[in-house]
Structures are given as C-alpha cells and as structure tokens.
Design a protein around this ligand. Structure first.
Ligand code: BGC
Length: 751
C-alpha cells in the first residue's frame, strides 16, 4: 500500500511537469471523456479481463459494449504466420503469406529514416490486411554484444542511428492506422539467461545509450504501446520496473498508451499492477483473478484498474478494429510492400572490401557460386521474428536471373549446412548436407567439388556467414567464428581462382581474420528479405552502386569488444533461461508454488555494464583498438569528394554545410556522418560520438550542398548529480566523414 501511494503521488507530480503539447503522445487522450463513460459501464470482471491474454496473440475487449479484442502480430520484419489460438503452431491458413522485409541490422545499414518510414508503412499496411491492431516491433535495443542472439533483429550499436530508424519505423506503421509495440524495454542486450538476468547499468549510460531509441519513438513518434523486456534492470524485472515504466516512460516521456509484457515475462500481481504493466502476455495467473482478489482485500484499488483500462482503450479507440469478414480476404503480401522490401535491400548491402573484382566484369562468361548460404531461405527461424514469406529470392536465384542466358552460373554447396540450435526434432535419416556441429571442419568431398567449379569459372562468388539457427532469439552465439569450416573452403577456393568475391549472409558480425586475406572483395549481404537475392545481384553486377554502411563494428576478434574486454560477458554464474526451463520435463510437472520456489532458488545471473557508454565504436575509438571494419564503414563503386566544412553554433543547434561530389561514372548514394569530439571537456566523454548523418543521392559527376544540424539537446549528457539533462559548454571538434574511421573534414565550434 505504501509503495502504491508513493507511485500515485509521484506520477501526479511528473504528469503536471510534462503536460504540455510537446509530446506526440497527447493525441492519444482525445477520446478520454468517451472512454471514461465506457469504463463507468464496465463490470470489474470485464475490466480485469482486458489485462491479460485472451489467446496467444490477442487480449480481450468487451463485446457487450462494442469494444473489439486487440490483435497482436510479430513483427518486426513481416506479419508473422497465423498461429493456432493458443500457441505459435501454424494455423494452416492460405492467405497469411506476408512480405519478408530485411531484418533489423539490414534496415539499419541503410542509415535512412525515410526508408525506415517506408518500411513501417509496408508493415502497417499488411498488418491491417490481416486484421492486426498492434505490431510487436520495432525491436530497437542497442547491439551491445557481437554474439547477441538478437543482433540481427536490433538496429545498431549507436543510439542516434537506432533512434532515427525507430522513429521512422514507428511513424510509418502508425500512419497506416496500426499501433507499434516498441520492444524490448529496456537494456535487453543478451539472450543468455534472458528470463532472469539483471542488467546493472549506471543512470547516465542508461539514458544516453540504452533508452534513446525508445525515447524518440515514444516522445516524437507517439508510439502507442511498449513491450517491457524479459530481463531485470538494476534489480527489478522490466515488467514491474517503477523507474523505467512509471517514472521515465509515463512520467518523463508522457507516454499515454499501454504496455504489454513479453510473452511469459510477467512476474507478479502487485509488482505488475503497481509498477506500470497493463497487459500480461500470455496467461492470466497474475493479472486475472488475483487482481480481483487483491481489490477485495484492499491491496489494490479499482481506480488503478480503471487507469490501466483507460490506457488500453486509448489505443483501442485510436486504431480502427478490422471486422472479421473484412480481414484476411486477400493475400497479406502486397506488391507495393515487396517493392519497399527491395528498395531497403538495395540500399543496405555493405561493400566491406574491394580490390577491383567488383562490379563483375562485363566479359564474365562463367560464374561459380559456392556455399550453402547462397541457396538458404532466411525468412523463418530465429523464433518470433520468422516470416512465412509469399516468396523469397535467394542469392543464387538473384544471380541466375540477372546473369540471363549469356552467362553460365555453376553452383556447389561448398560446406555443410549447420544447425546451431534445432527447433523441432532431428530428422530420422540424417541429411548428408547438414553438419552435426557448428565447428565441424570442412567436408572433403564438398570442398573438392567446389574447388573444381572454381577452377572452371571466370569468377567465384563464395557465400559464407551464419544462419538463423545460430543467430536466434533464446541463445547467444558462443563465438563469432565462421561455421562449418568456411575459412578452409574460402582458402582453397582462392588458391584455385583468386578472382573471388565473398558475400557474408548473416545478421551480426563474424570473425574475418582468416577470410579477409584470401578475399579480394567482401560484401555484407545480410538477411535481406523477400527480394534479397535480386538486390544483391544488382550490386554484384554493378547495376547499382553499393551504399550500405555498417550499423555496428566488426571486431577483429571477439575479445576486443567492450563487454568481453572488460570481463562483463559472459557471466560465469549459471542461471536459467526462462524458456528452456519452462519446457523442462521436471519443471513442467511442478505445481506453480514449487516452480516459483525452484526459480527463486536459481543463482541470480547479472550482467554488469561497467564499460558504461563505451559501447561499439565508442570503445574501439577511445581505447585505440583497431577493428576489422569500423562502424559506419561501407565502400562504393565511385569516389566522393567532401568539400570544406562550414560550421556555426546557434542557440538551438550546431549547423554545418559542405559540398559533396560524386566523382564517378555512375549514380550513387553516400551516407555522410558527423561525429563530435569534445576538446576541453570536464565531463567524461567517448573519443567521438555520431550526432548527425544523411543519405545523399548523387548523379554521376553531380555536386550537392549538404546541410546537417545537431540540436543542442542531442549534445547534452545525463547529469547524475542533478538527475537531469545538462549541456556542457565548450569547444567541439566536428568530424565529418564517410565512416567512423574515415574522417574527411574537420571544423571547430564553441557552444
Ligand atoms: C519475444 C518477443 C515476441 C514474443 C511473441 C517473445 O519470445 O521475445 O519479441 O514478440 O515472443 O512472439
């Protein structure tokens, strides 16, 4: 009771402080009067019924009062296949094939808020066709660990880049009349022990790095719902975290919508009710009957239930429910959305290295495509983020189609496919093309076959990387090594034919120390959606210039990256992953009380974030560690010339302008990046931080004047003593470049 009173008083104070019109959230309150009148007609049971799942992917409305159920859809890269009401198994529908959009890190490699917006419109449109109200996405956590199982789902290691993309995606979805449920709030940076790990992070790092993407999507983008993460932050589960949900999200950011726990991520009745959760997904053991019982004993008030229902109804009223006879009457995947997926894929591909092999020469007559990843479909797998795509063009198909009849395309698998973590039973008869373990060495017969092909071809395109059984929700990779003997294969191919291009098909970084010296050209090709193969072929053949930039650092070796270098990850303290435990036979047989006692008895895993804000390139730059490929890196087929940087500091923003010229023979895009280094700082800062960027399209030979702005607000730091944002005045060195390690122009300003 004591805690509750504090919450109510605290919330009232903060709400008064931010009740101005500055937040896109205010739009959600327009129906509040109507909503209060409806709530007055509801029974307590009807209200509580809205606070937990109805099916695996819906929560209840009140039919009697014309309030429709809320339908959720994974997200974030395509509207997920329809499941049976009480699980994720396929419902066997025919019209639920969706567009598979490029995964998170691929979208982020476009460095384009505009493309993120378009992407969001595509997702929002297809959600409506399926009768879905809320997309469980975007997924915007910072990529802290190169091995992170969800690195491919998340956007970037940088908060400014992640925030811009999160904002674009959110607006795009919501402009289609669908709500986002931005996830996973917050500090969800590892899958290891994800159901119990306590992320211990200092307040300044929390604010400047981990919360930024959420903040922009909520405050500027008006995100209507938020999914608290599985993990704890500084001691409390995210689904009952007073600081995150009540003080920051609702209090400071003025969030007016509702929160939905991650599936199985609700942990108590009182904690969830008092500290900011609206809907338990899935189940009702905490936010069902126990809420009614707690009101009967006086532990909770009905007013609190009303408040939660009001927050849900605001979104229900803002999103038009699609009648059952209108939803699912046409195929989910639509041509205009497939086209958006293609546009994003085209701009996401990163040319990491090129010693003149690319684009492929016009006189190439025979291409050897080597590698399982050239034929692998990447739409499914990875758990929640899988998509049943209407179609998916694989890299090999893309190359074959673009090559046409004049060019012969040969194919060999080169290495065995690799199951990291098998979803479902192993096949009764083992597949000879499937490795038993990720680190199984190259298969001699497959290797010999690939070498023969390479010798006979004009050019070799080797497809390596990972797959979605090793980069997946639910587990982190144990290292970033290339699986199944790929290093051995590429070395042998290079010896057979040095005219070789390596394409990496993965969502996160891999260790390229062995592969790089034997690959004259390297392309990061991502998991690039329905049209991934088409986009890749366009880049390889030179129909378009590559223009993606890395949204994260490729460390030379895993141990160089901050959390590993600091000994912060992995935590040796074994705990239990919520999901693996929930399905363990002995745990299944326990009573709820026994299960709780068992969970409580487990060691409590922690993740210490003592590297602070030195995440990704901030660490590599500050500590002078050379990565394999730096954040923001990505080559083109043309050169860009950066003119002199003019800079000025005003009352609200720092402004820069400069001329950018395409010196090449073809049209191309460049992503210009503006970093800030503090010259005379009293406060501690990373060596430099990205503060503005822009994708610029230039015709062959064209010059454009580019202007960029850094709002002074983005230069503030979180002052822990004042518990507020603060601006440190002084000198800034502005660093303008094509990558974080390729700075072309500098200028100084004083703020
Ligand atoms: C994932 C969420 C997902 C949910 C529903 C959870 O396991 O963490 O990202 O939206 O399942 O599929």
């Amino acid at each position: 009771m004591y805690k509750k009173l504090i919450y109510l008083a605290g919330a009232a104070l903060v709400m008064a402080a931010c009740s101005g019109p500055q937040s896109a959230q205010d739009k959600l309150t327009v129906n509040d009067k109507k909503i209060d009148a409806v709530i007055a007609q509801m029974t307590l049971e009807e209200k509580v019924n809205m606070l937990h799942s109805k099916t695996n992917m819906s929560s209840a409305g009140v039919e009697r009062l014309g309030i429709a159920d809320m339908h959720y859809a994974d997200g974030p890269f395509g509207i997920r296949e329809e499941g049976v009401p009480n699980g994720f198994q396929s419902a066997g529908w025919k019209l639920d094939s969706a567009t598979y959009f490029p995964t998170g890190s691929a979208l982020a490699a476009t460095w384009s808020e505009e493309l993120a917006y378009k992407y969001g419109t595509g997702m929002g449109k297809e959600a409506r066709l399926r009768g879905k109200d809320v997309i469980l996405g975007p997924a915007v956590n910072i990529q802290r660990l190169p091995v992170g199982g969800r690195t491919y789902e998340y956007l970037s290691e940088d908060p400014i880049l992640s925030a811009a993309l999160a904002l674009g995606y959110t607006k795009g979805v919501q402009d289609q009349g669908t709500a986002v449920c931005i996830k996973h709030f917050a500090v969800n940076n590892q899958e290891t022990n994800r159901g119990s790990v306590d992320a211990q992070v200092d307040e300044r790092t929390l604010r400047e790095i981990y919360l930024k993407p959420f903040e922009r999507a909520v405050v500027e983008g008006g995100a209507m719902s938020v999914m608290p993460a599985y993990n704890k932050v500084n001691g409390d589960y995210c689904s009952e975290n007073e600081h995150l949900l009540n003080e920051i999200l609702r209090g400071e950011w003025g969030f007016k919508g509702f929160t939905v726990s991650d599936w199985g991520g609700t942990h108590s009745t009182m904690g969830a009710m008092l500290h900011g959760l609206n809907v338990q997904m899935t189940g009702s053991n905490y936010l069902g009957q126990p809420v009614i019982d707690s009101i009967a004993t006086g532990a909770l008030t009905e007013d609190l239930v009303d408040e939660k229902v009001r927050q849900i109804l605001r979104v229900r009223y803002a999103i038009e429910a699609i009648p059952d006879d209108v939803a699912n009457t046409q195929m989910t995947s639509q041509p205009e959305c497939q086209d958006i997926a293609l546009q994003v894929a085209e701009k996401s591909i990163v040319l990491l290295k090129n010693e003149g092999v690319l684009p492929l020469k016009k006189d190439v007559k025979k291409i050897a495509v080597i590698g399982q990843n050239a034929v692998l479909k990447t739409q499914s797998g990875g758990m929640g983020a899988g998509v049943k795509a209407l179609y998916e063009v694989t890299p090999l198909e893309g190359i074959q189609k673009r090559a046409g009849n004049q060019v012969e395309v040969l194919y060999a698998p080169g290495y065995k496919n690799f199951p990291g973590r098998r979803w479902g039973p192993a096949p009764a008869v083992p597949n000879p093309l499937e490795a038993q373990a990720i680190d199984e060495p190259a298969d001699p017969a497959l290797l010999a076959q690939a070498v023969e092909l390479a010798k006979a071809a004009d050019v070799v395109i080797f497809f390596g990387g990972t797959n979605k059984s090793i980069e997946t929700e639910g587990s982190d990779r144990s290292n970033i090594d290339l699986p199944a003997g790929q290093n051995e294969v590429v070395k042998a191919l290079y010896e057979a034919n040095p005219n070789l291009v390596t394409v990496l098909i993965s969502g996160g970084p891999t260790d390229l120390r062995q592969l790089e010296p034997v690959s004259p050209a390297i392309v990061q090709g991502w998991w690039n959606g329905t049209e991934g193969g088409t986009a890749l072929a366009k880049v390889l053949f030179g129909d378009i210039a590559p223009s993606g930039k890395l949204p994260f650092t490729f460390p030379a070796k895993l141990e160089d990256s901050p959390a590993f270098a600091m000994g912060n990850f992995p935590d040796k303290n074994a705990g239990g992953d919520l999901f693996s435990l929930m399905y363990r036979q002995d745990v299944l047989k326990m009573t709820p009380a026994e299960r709780q006692a068992f969970m409580d008895s487990l060691p409590k895993p922690v993740s210490k974030y003592t590297e602070g804000s030195l995440v990704g390139y901030r660490w590599f730059d500050t500590k002078n560690v050379k990565p394999m490929y730096a954040f923001g890196h990505g080559l083109s087929y043309v050169d860009f010339e950066y003119g002199v940087l003019n800079a000025s500091a005003g009352k609200k923003a720092v402004k820069v302008s400069f001329d950018l010229t395409n010196k090449g023979q073809m049209d191309a895009d460049e992503v210009v990046q503006l970093y800030v280094h503090r010259v005379d700082a009293q406060v501690e800062w990373p060596s430099k931080e990205l503060k503005a960027f822009q994708r610029v399209s230039l015709k062959a030979g064209e010059t454009k004047t580019v202007t960029l702005e850094i709002p002074l607000d983005d230069l503030r730091y979180w002052n822990v003593e004042k518990n507020a944002w603060d601006l440190e005045h002084g000198q800034l060195q502005l660093l303008l470049g094509s990558a974080s390690d390729d700075i072309r122009q500098k200028a100084g300003v004083t703020i």
